[in-house]
Ligand binder design. Structure first.
Ligand SMILES: C[S@@+](CC[C@H](N)C(=O)[O-])C[C@H]1O[C@@H](n2cnc3c(N)ncnc32)[C@H](O)[C@@H]1O
Length: 353
């Protein structure tokens, strides 16, 4: 979508991007401090609360770490507000275009009387002010201004690059029908559509505001996706119809009881022999002790994600096997082991009898 931020919004977004670059530099210096203090070589407690109690006071003695925290805190607090403000400032220029893109081959099926689950409703994940639906154009605000203008700018297209790579990974040939659960503003769905151009693409999310951005992205390219407002654990769709049921970056947003239900629903929706790939953030066991402390400190303790620790310490391969999948593997991708992906198959009884 072609648009230009206005003066105030552009200036604030650029300041936030510059601050992000500075935060990365400060984080590196803090890591060097941790190394010099022996935190990367000594064995640290396995228990996460004990780990926090041991490492945090040491790091608080590092000035760059304390400045890093101030900068990050301000970014977390402000980025959603700045993005919404930047949108409102240019709204008169782009409103017509936004409305026009809601017309086209991709439609949204809105849910009647959907009661948002407690673990989702009212949370500001990633500490984005407004959460997933707190602005009438939150999909654009999040998908365009936060993702593209703020995050991708200093993380060198990390957001789309990782999703495109994950979208090529499912071990499935020529799938006819794909469901992207928690598709949000379609950052990952776009990767799926590129990887499997002949497949029929379905996407669900609890946030209708995010689905509206997904709809605009599909319509902009003339694509026909089937978008619908629903919880991944209770889609209301008929059983045994998808070749691939997949998701990216949703499992860290719910408790493990819901992760189990999502996997059960996935199994139900897949055709026999169908495949699932669920990609998300790095599991704690793949970090060394110091980075495990840091991931937990930044995301669970001071981030906006109350279920991060629960996700990052739950073995999804075991959970998938217990749900009835076979050949389940949960592993980190590449040298960085990021993202972590669960790949598993629905048994095909026709083949074993
Ligand atoms: C971090 S975003 C990821 C969006 C998209 N998959 C991507 O890769 O950019 C998480 C999305 O999952 C959605 N979500 C969280 N829990 C969900 C659930 N139980 N069912 C459906 N959507 C859910 C949120 O509303 C949000 O849009």
């Amino acid at each position: 979508m072609d648009y230009t931020l206005h003066q105030r919004g552009r200036a604030s977004v650029e300041f936030l991007v510059d601050l992000g670059i500075e935060a990365v530099r400060l984080e590196k210096t803090a890591d060097e401090y941790a190394e010099a203090a022996g935190l990367t070589t000594v064995e640290l407690p396995e228990d996460l609360d004990e780990l926090q109690a041991k490492v945090t006071p040491v790091m608080q003695d590092c000035l760059d770490f304390r400045i890093f925290r101030v900068v990050r805190e301000w970014q977390l607090d402000q980025h959603g507000l700045i993005a919404m403000d930047a949108f409102d400032e240019m709204r008169p220029d782009i409103e017509t275009m936004i409305q026009a893109l809601q017309e086209g081959p991709t439609r949204i099926q809105y849910a009647q009387n959907l009661k948002a689950p407690d673990y989702w409703d009212g949370y500001e994940f990633h500490r984005s002010a407004g959460g997933w639906g707190g602005h009438d154009c939150m999909g654009f605000v999040h998908g365009e201004i936060i993702h593209r203008k703020m995050v991708s700018n200093h993380l060198a297209d990390v957001i789309m690059g990782q999703r495109r790579a994950a979208a090529k990974m499912p071990p499935v040939e020529n799938p006819e029908k794909i469901l992207d659960m928690g598709c949000g503003s379609a950052q990952y769905t776009q990767g799926l559509a590129e990887a499997f151009p002949d497949a029929e693409i379905w996407g669900c999310d609890l946030s209708s505001r995010q689905l509206e951005e997904a709809q605009r992205r599909a319509n902009e390219k003339g694509l026909t996706w089937h978008l619908f407002e629903a919880a991944a654990e209770d889609t209301g769709l008929e059983s045994n119809q998808f070749d691939l049921v997949t998701s990216y970056a949703i499992f860290h947003e719910f408790p493990s009881s819901v992760a189990r239900e999502v996997l059960q629903e996935t199994l139900r929706l897949l055709k026999p022999g169908g495949v699932t790939l669920m990609g998300d953030v790095k599991a704690y066991h793949a970090h060394d002790d110091y980075n495990r402390w840091k991931a937990d400190f930044l995301n669970q303790i001071h981030g906006g994600d109350p279920f991060w620790r629960e996700y990052a310490t739950t073995d999804l391969a075991t959970m998938a096997t217990e749900a009835g999948f076979v050949e389940a593997e949960w592993f980190g991708v590449g040298d960085n082991q990021y993202p972590f992906v669960l790949i598993a198959k629905k048994p095909d009884e026709r083949k074993t009898t």
